[in-house]
Design a protein. Structure first.
Length: 1057
């Protein structure tokens, strides 16, 4: 063992105190002792109220009687859940439950309905107590079929105004009687699945009480708050608490005040921000605070916040490491202390390192007897051994009483010169993060491959790589030596193909990326018999590098010696197939609709450039840039382009005019429209039945959520291209904090796997007929957003619009088709003397559309709808949507791959942010609000469909603001200097040959052409956009206000770059 010191037995005696009886004892002996400060409201300026132990004791008695009167006597072990505002009532009701005999469970207030369903069933709670602030959650949960009774608890003000009337509620049990009884329950974070209940006993709390008296080397200080412990009946030190009280770390502030006389300051329930915390510290004057690293990083960029932190004795942080740069900066203002622990084990006893620059390291208190066990590669796992006095000091053995040792799975590295210091390295985390930021868990794939009788072990590799590879350890007892690698890979390939289905496309194994291990280097295993991922990666580092180098060589080298259309086409097919993992492609297959993404396009550009250079260094490869890859999105197009370069021609193929191509496509999809048979629309049903396409996307999810909550909507049919759309939908709802229970009701929503552009969308006759007989509204939201893709790419989408028109014509109710379009269809509109704002009408020519595939394709989609209304009488609406911002809620996130977040992430990496966006106006609408507007307009159109077969709406914010007004919110979070957009783009353009790391850190490189045009005001609409019709049709639209810095701060928190 490393760092174990034995201490005298007499020093290891449990204090034997219970929270609830100790509160009553203090209330009798020192009634005016300060328990803590609680806020009078949500704003710091409203002030704080002091709560004494007499106040607390009386409040606990009052709520004990309230529980007794409201719930009655509990059954043995009966559990109740408490869901409330983040305030002092958490400890009041916990202690009241101790007195009345109930077991309190404290679930997060941020779970999905599925998670609540799971956790309440697991805990078998019979009652849910909730505060008025959380009543929307409680009322939502009440609609689900749970056998729980719901009770609203009194407010904080009512509790403290009435507590003097309450008589003492007797509780006479001792510590020894209840040491193994559950004191309260919390749950795990649920990051790897559904949350798991964590019951914590009074014995567990006893170890937290003992932590203040655990023996410590002379002259040393605890890294937590124990050096603030005082016998002073009027303690001066205050600990500022900002952590939710459904977390153990939040509850600790209550426990420390009760057990160790360290009062707390409770934060108002507000979104943490630098400005708010600075005001809070300045107003309440705490001695110390504990904060998450992300907030400390934000505060490090504000001189005002740093000055405020300098007034503190120390700042404690936990939950994640702190970056060295931020730590060094903060260390110049205040002492930093790092705490670590978990819900199951509590806070580990560590000491403040003696070296001033060792703030990022832990030094364990030797009395706590941590065992740092080496696992190889310079890494050590933190292990807590069960020793003589574990039940006095180790909370983990109260949580798991049968364990002989606790392996934390937390990994550390040792200080280079001081062997007592340890730096947190991470966890035994199996998740692989590719160079593009995509994540995958390899376990399921590996286990399937290991199911082959000839495979002993399988290891998926790809950390910080562009793609994955698979290392196989054959079962040498079942495979004859020597092993032919090609034959072995051929033999196991079918099971690898099956295993590929368990991971996302970007993580799937290509056959050429499989290698076998060496007999001389068998996979290293843990004591439990699992593969040591870190060790094997290190053992095979050279072989892994060679796998990727070989793949690059195969892709880069190999232009045919004889350059002909056939040989070049064959070469390109080979390159593209190896790059994308496809078996074959047809000459006219659209590469982007087949899944080629932006990063692969960059790599393809590199591959072709290097191949041409290897073939003939004199050839000009300037036209092999990413934009040309996008402009020629088929193997045939790329073949012609590459032939032109190899034949020293920079203009390989003639192109038709833009207007001609667009006109041809409109004619293609409208020339077979049948003339309307009648001007009279059929009688519509009382309730709406809706087809929603693209429901799993960001906007689609919020549209679906709003429809499902609308009592006027009978049912929604979700059209999606993916077969797993129900699962994806539920996961998306959970991430966004939306209610998931309606998704399980087949009478309310049904998910259909469709193929847009195919007859009947690829559905069966029976299913298609059901839709024809019931649907009266179609919201067509499915469209791939990529500004680089040419209009030819959009053919599958245009076919989809035409099929929806056909559906409307054939349907019983002549379904109203609402097409979600884009303001890019009017981005080049020019004002005149008569008309100065873009009107909410169809555009007669394509000249108004931006010269990009996305805007052009949306224009064609609009034109199909307009012609369908004119010729066939199909009721249509066109909703031109502007910039969709992230949600205004805490949960959910603005897609980080879009251009605004790409700009911000790139700015963080560059240390500079554009001070302007050219002439681009900030008229964004948050996605959750936009969904409400869409539904109000679409459903509200029913009354005007007969007289107005086609209507156009502009969904942009009527209240514009400027980018400059939002830049300070960005600067408050990141150390960036404002520069002009022109200079920002120019700096970005200096990166001529971006590496994978460049693209990951500066994703704006993938949109360089877009930002270049933005800097030149090429794609900026100079005219105003009329929104009068939209405001009349949507009350939400009419009440919009401009985008605020607070919204930007929320989006920055969501991205957390």
């Amino acid at each position: 063992m490393v760092g174990i010191t034995n201490s005298a037995s007499e020093a290891f005696k449990a204090p034997g105190r219970l929270l609830v009886t100790h509160v009553d004892t203090i209330a009798k002996q020192f009634p005016n002792r300060r328990f803590g400060l609680i806020p009078n409201g949500t704003d710091v300026d409203q002030g704080f109220r002091e709560v004494t132990f007499r106040d607390l004791s009386r409040a606990v008695n009052a709520m004990s009687w309230w529980i007794d009167d409201t719930l009655g006597k509990p059954q043995p072990g009966e559990k109740i859940a408490y869901l409330a505002n983040n305030d002092v009532r958490y400890i009041i009701f916990m202690l009241a439950c101790h007195k009345t005999g109930y077991t309190i469970f404290l679930p997060s207030t941020r779970l999905s309905d599925n998670a609540y369903n799971h956790i309440f069933k697991e805990t078998k709670c019979t009652h849910l107590l909730f505060s008025r602030e959380k009543s929307p959650i409680a009322f939502r949960l009440k609609t689900l079929d749970w056998k729980m009774q719901f009770h609203e608890v009194p407010s904080v003000a009512d509790i403290f105004s009435n507590e003097s009337d309450a008589s003492h509620f007797e509780f006479s049990k001792t510590y020894d009687e209840v040491v193994d009884k559950i004191a309260f329950m919390i749950h795990s974070s649920g990051t790897t699945g559904m949350p798991k209940p964590v019951p914590l006993t009074h014995g567990f709390l006893g170890t937290m009480d003992f932590a203040a008296s655990i023996p410590m080397p002379p002259g040393r200080s605890s890294a937590f708050f124990n050096d603030l412990v005082s016998d002073d009946p009027n303690p001066k030190d205050l600990v500022l608490s900002s952590t939710p009280y459904f977390h153990l770390m939040g509850l600790v502030s209550f426990f420390e005040s009760i057990f160790h006389n360290i009062p707390f300051v409770a934060s108002p329930e507000r979104l943490l921000s630098v400005g708010f915390l600075t005001d809070l510290i300045r107003h309440t004057k705490p001695t110390v605070t504990i904060l998450p690293p992300s907030i400390l990083e934000d505060m490090s960029y504000s001189e005002e916040a740093l000055t405020c932190l300098s007034t503190l004795k120390f700042v404690c942080y936990g939950g994640a490491p702190l970056s060295p740069e931020v730590g060094e900066k903060l260390g110049r203002y205040t002492q930093l202390r790092s705490a670590i622990g978990s819900s199951e084990m509590g806070v580990i006893c560590s000491m403040v390192p003696e070296e001033e620059d060792a703030w990022g390291y832990f030094e364990w208190n030797p009395s706590y007897q941590i065992d740092m066990q080496p696992i190889g590669d310079g890494l050590y796992e933190l292990v807590v051994p069960r020793v003589e006095h574990s039940l006095v000091m180790h909370g983990i053995f109260h949580t798991f009483p049968d364990l002989k040792e606790y392996r934390s799975k937390d990994l550390y590295t040792r200080h280079p010169t001081n062997p007592k210091l340890w730096k947190y390295h991470g966890r035994f985390d199996d998740v692989i993060v590719l160079s593009n930021g995509e994540k995958l868990n390899p376990i399921s794939l590996e286990k399937i491959v290991e199911g082959h009788p000839s495979v002993h072990r399988a290891l998926l590799i790809g950390q910080r790589r562009f793609q994955t590879c698979l290392l196989i350890e054959p079962d040498i007892e079942k495979v004859a030596a020597p092993i032919n690698e090609k034959e072995f890979v051929d033999m196991i390939w079918p099971i690898v193909q099956a295993a590929n289905k368990t991971v996302p496309d970007y993580g799937q194994i290509v056959k050429t990326m499989i290698r076998l291990s060496s007999r001389e280097k068998p996979f290293k295993l843990t004591a439990k018999g699992t593969t040591q991922r870190h060790a094997v990666n290190k053992d095979y580092a050279e072989e892994i590098e060679e796998i990727y180098a070989t793949q690059d060589r195969q892709l880069v080298i190999g232009l045919p010696s004889a350059i002909t259309p056939d040989t070049v086409h064959e070469y390109l097919q080979n390159v593209i197939c190896k790059l994308t993992g496809r078996k074959s492609i047809k000459p006219n297959d659209d590469l982007y609709s087949m899944g080629l993404d932006s990063l692969q396009a960059i790599q393809l550009s590199k591959i072709l450039t290097n191949s041409v250079f290897s073939y003939n260094p004199e050839l000009n490869t300037e036209h092999l840039n990413v934009q040309q890859i996008y402009a020629h999105p088929t193997a045939e197009g790329l073949t012609n382009m590459l032939l032109g370069i190899l034949e020293k021609s920079s203009s390989p193929i003639p192109t038709v005019s833009r207007s001609y191509k667009i006109a041809q496509l409109i004619t293609k999809y409208t020339n077979d429209l049948q003339t309307r048979k009648s001007d009279i629309l059929p009688q519509l049903p009382a309730l709406f039945t809706v087809i929603l396409t693209g429901s799993t996307g960001s906007l689609g999810s919020y549209i679906l959520d709003d429809l499902l909550r609308n009592p006027q909507v009978a049912k929604v049919y979700c059209f999606n291209r993916s077969e797993d759309s129900p699962t994806r939908q539920k996961e998306g709802f959970q991430e966004k904090g939306l209610q998931t229970s309606p998704l399980d009701d087949p009478n309310k929503v049904q998910f259909l796997h469709v193929r847009f552009g195919e007859p009947q969308f690829g559905l069966s006759d029976r299913q298609y007929k059901e839709l024809l007989d019931t649907v009266d509204v179609i919201i067509h939201n499915a469209w791939k957003v990529n500004f680089n893709h040419p209009v030819s790419f959009e053919d599958p989408h245009l076919k989809g619009v035409r099929e929806l028109v056909r559906f409307s014509q054939e349907s019983r109710y002549q379904a109203h088709l609402a097409f979600i379009s884009s303001v890019s269809t009017i981005g080049a509109w020019k004002p005149s003397d008569e008309v100065t704002a873009v009107p909410e009408v169809p555009m007669e020519t394509a000249d108004a559309a931006l010269e990009q595939g996305y805007g052009e394709s949306k224009y064609i989609g609009e034109s199909i709808c307009v012609e369908a209304s004119k010729t066939a009488g199909v009721p249509t609406s066109i909703l031109r949507v502007g910039q969709i911002a992230g949600p205004d809620t805490r949960l959910g996130v603005w897609n980080p791959h879009e251009w605004i977040p790409s700009l911000i992430k790139t700015s963080k990496a560059m240390g500079k942010v554009p001070s302007d966006l050219g002439g681009y106006p900030i008229d964004w609408v948050s996605v959750d609000t936009l969904a409400q507007i869409v539904n109000e307009l679409v459903l509200g159109r029913r009354v005007s469909l007969a007289e107005t077969r086609n209507a156009v709406f502009h969904l942009v914010n009527p209240c514009r603001t400027t980018w400059a007004s939002l830049v300070p919110a960005i600067q408050e979070r990141y150390p960036v200097q404002p520069v002009s957009l022109v200079n920002w783009v120019a700096d970005l353009e200096t990166i001529q040959d971006p590496s994978d790391r460049d693209v990951q850190d500066k994703p704006a490189l993938k949109l360089l052409a877009f930002f270049h045009s933005l800097a030149e005001n090429a794609d900026v609409l100079s005219a105003d956009i009329s929104v009068e019709r939209s405001k009349k049709g949507s009350k939400t639209m009419a009440s919009l206000s401009s985008v605020s810095p607070a919204q930007m701060a929320n989006w920055l928190n969501q991205w957390n770059f």
